[in-house]
Design a protein. Structure first.
Length: 172
């Protein structure tokens, strides 16, 4: 479970004590510099690497590896920087190793942070809607002319005053 940040949650707490913050960034502990750094990195990586811009950058980088693969397979015979073995190793390091082993766990952490923030907001919204539903049901019950303690008492009082006034007019 996530520990509570030092500042007060924007939307308060759920019935179960889960803090409901306005920003996703506030849902992780930030007591130490290390925790603040991890939180900021995870959210930044998730927002920026999980974008179409990052997709196109990695796609273009992968396309640059194609000539090296074609040269190694003997389909092309021209030698350039893109067909050297060193470039292929560097591109493989970036595209395979770093993306899969380093970036994917960071993206998963960022998604966990976003999920926790979303779950807290959804729980708070559900509780608010349940309270509103109960309040509306109570208001409708009080407006019902057959319910004791609501509009029925008011109508009975008005009817009693009207009856009393009509009796006073008749009895001079």
């Amino acid at each position: 479970m996530l520990t509570e940040p030092a500042h007060k949650p924007h939307f308060g707490h759920t019935r179960h004590g889960l803090a409901v913050h306005l920003r996703t960034h506030d849902h992780l502990p930030d007591a130490t510099r290390y925790q603040r750094f991890n939180k900021a990195c995870a959210i930044w990586i998730t927002k920026n690497v999980g974008s179409m811009t990052a997709f196109w950058v990695f796609t273009v980088l992968a396309a640059f590896v194609a000539p090296s693969c074609l040269y190694a397979a003997g389909y092309i015979h021209w030698k350039t920087f893109l067909t050297t073995f060193g470039f292929e190793l560097l591109a493989t390091l970036i595209l395979s190793t770093w993306l899969e082993l380093a970036l994917m766990p960071a993206i998963m952490v960022g998604q966990n942070i976003q999920s926790a923030a979303s779950d807290a907001r959804a729980a708070k919204q559900f509780e608010d809607v349940e309270e509103l539903r109960t309040a509306v049901a109570t208001a409708l019950d009080l407006l019902d002319t057959r319910t004791q303690g609501g509009l029925k008492d008011t109508l009975d009082a008005v009817h009693g005053v009207t009856l009393q006034a009509s009796q006073e007019r008749r009895a001079p």
